[in-house]
Design a protein around this ligand. Structure first.
Ligand code: ATP
Length: 336
C-alpha cells in the first residue's frame, strides 16, 4: 500500500503522485553519490513507489540499461565511494534525438520522474530533457568541484578536501625534512573552490586558482625570502585550471634555486569512503529529491546553503556561474 507520508509532509499538497521514479548518477563520480542514491531508493520504497536505477549515466538511459531496485539493492553502500550505478559520458545524450530515445526508454518502464545526481553538465542535460519531453527532473549536485550555482555544498567535495588535506599533511612532513617547496596539483579545471578550501585547511603558503591572476616572479622572491629567514618547507596548492603544477614547479625551482617537488594527486581525489558530512547531507538530499519527484515537483536542484536545505531552480543552477568566494581568497592571503 502506498504510504506517501513524506510527500504529505512536504506541504506542497498532492498534485501528481508518481507511481515509478528512477535515479541516475552521471558525469564524474563523487564520494557520497551512493549515499544519495541509496536514500532515493529507500525513500521511494518507504513511500510505496517503484524505483528504477539507470546504469552508466545517460549512456544507460539511451541504451535502456535500466533495472528495478529494491531496498536490498542498496545494502552495504553508504560507506562506499564511487557509484554502484556506474557513470559514463554520453555523446548521444548531447543531442535532442538521443534525449528523446532516453525519454522513451524511461517511459517504457513506466517511469514518471527522474532524480539526477551529477555535476553541472549532467544537470544541464537533465534540464534540456525536461524541457523537450516534459519528464519531471529533480537534481542533486554530485561533484567534488563545489561549482554549482546557488549552493555552498556539493556531494563529495568534503571527502575530496579531506583526501587532499591528508596528502598535504604527509607532503609537509617530507618537505620539512628536506627543506623543500612542494607543489600539490588538485582537480578543478574551471573552478578553484576545491583548491581554495583544501589549501586553507591544509595551511598552504600559496593557492593558485584559475579565477585569480598570480605572478610567479613575485611568488618566487617571497619564497626565497621565507627560506632565508629559516623556513623549512612550503606548500603551494595548484588547481589544474591555473596551469600545470609540473611546469609551475619547474619555474619556481629555477627562480628560487630551492629544491622543488611536485605531486599531482589525480584521481585519488575522487575515491575513498565518504566523510560523515557527505553521508548525512547526501542522505538528507536523497530523501528530499525522492519525495519531490514523487509529488510532481519539476526542475529543481536540492542542496545546502549556509547550513540550510535549499531548492534552486534547475535552469538557474545550470545557467549561472558560481564565482569563487573573495573572502576565502582574502583569508588564504592573510593566513599564508
Ligand atoms: P563533473 O562536474 O564531475 O565533471 P558533470 O556532470 O559536469 O560532472 P559532464 O561530463 O560535463 O560531467 O556531463 C556528464 C554527461 O551529461 C555528458 O556525458 C552528457 O551526456 C551530459 N551533458 C553534459 N553537458 C550537456 C549539455 N550541454 N547538453 C546535453 N547533455 C549534456
Amino acid at each position: 500500500m502506498p504510504r506517501y507520508a513524506g510527500v504529505l509532509d512536504m506541504g506542497r499538497g498532492i498534485l501528481m503522485l508518481k507511481k515509478a521514479i528512477a535515479v541516475v548518477t552521471s558525469g564524474g563520480d563523487s564520494p557520497g553519490m551512493n549515499a544519495a542514491a541509496r536514500a532515493v531508493v529507500r525513500t521511494a520504497v518507504y513511500e510505496g513507489v517503484e524505483v528504477y536505477g539507470v546504469h552508466n549515466g545517460y549512456s544507460g538511459m539511451v541504451h535502456d540499461d535500466i533495472e528495478q531496485l529494491t531496498s536490498r539493492s542498496v545494502s552495504d553502500l553508504i560507506q562506499r565511494g564511487g557509484t554502484f550505478l556506474g557513470t559514463a559520458r554520453s555523446k548521444s545524450f548531447m543531442t535532442p534525438e538521443g534525449r528523446k530515445v532516453a525519454f522513451e526508454n524511461l517511459r517504457k518502464h513506466g517511469i514518471e520522474g527522474l532524480v539526477i545526481i551529477g555535476g553541472d553538465g549532467s544537470l544541464t542535460g537533465g534540464s534540456l530533457m525536461s524541457r523537450e519531453t516534459g519528464m519531471p527532473i529533480v537534481g542533486l549536485p554530485g561533484t567534488i568541484d563545489n561549482d554549482v550555482w546557488g549552493m555552498d555544498y556539493t556531494i563529495g567535495c568534503d571527502t575530496a578536501c579531506n583526501t587532499i588535506v591528508d596528502a598535504i599533511n604527509k607532503l609537509r612532513d617530507t618537505a620539512s625534512a628536506h627543506r623543500r617547496i612542494i607543489l600539490v596539483e588538485v582537480m578543478g579545471r574551471h573552478s578553484g573552490w576545491l583548491a581554495m578550501m583544501s589549501g586553507i585547511a591544509g595551511g598552504a603558503e600559496y593557492i593558485l586558482v584559475p579565477e585569480v591572476a598570480f605572478d610567479l616572479e613575485e611568488i618566487s622572491i617571497e619564497l626565497q625570502e621565507m627560506y632565508e629567514r629559516g623556513k623549512r618547507y612550503s606548500i603551494v596548492v595548484v588547481a589544474e585550471g591555473a596551469g600545470s603544477a609540473i611546469e609551475i614547479g619547474k619555474i619556481i625551482g629555477e627562480k628560487t634555486a630551492i629544491d622543488t617537488r611536485v605531486s599531482v594527486l589525480g584521481h585519488i581525489q575522487r575515491g575513498g569512503s565518504p566523510t560523515v558530512e557527505d553521508r548525512i547531507k547526501a542522505s538528507m538530499l536523497g530523501e528530499k529529491a525522492a519525495l519531490a519527484v514523487i509529488s510532481g515537483v519539476n526542475d529543481v536542484v536540492f542542496s545546502f546553503n549556509e547550513g540550510q536545505v535549499v531548492s534552486v531552480n534547475l535552469f538557474e543552477a545550470v545557467n549561472n556561474k558560481k564565482t569563487l568566494d573573495p573572502e576565502l581568497v582574502r583569508l588564504s592571503r592573510v593566513l599564508a
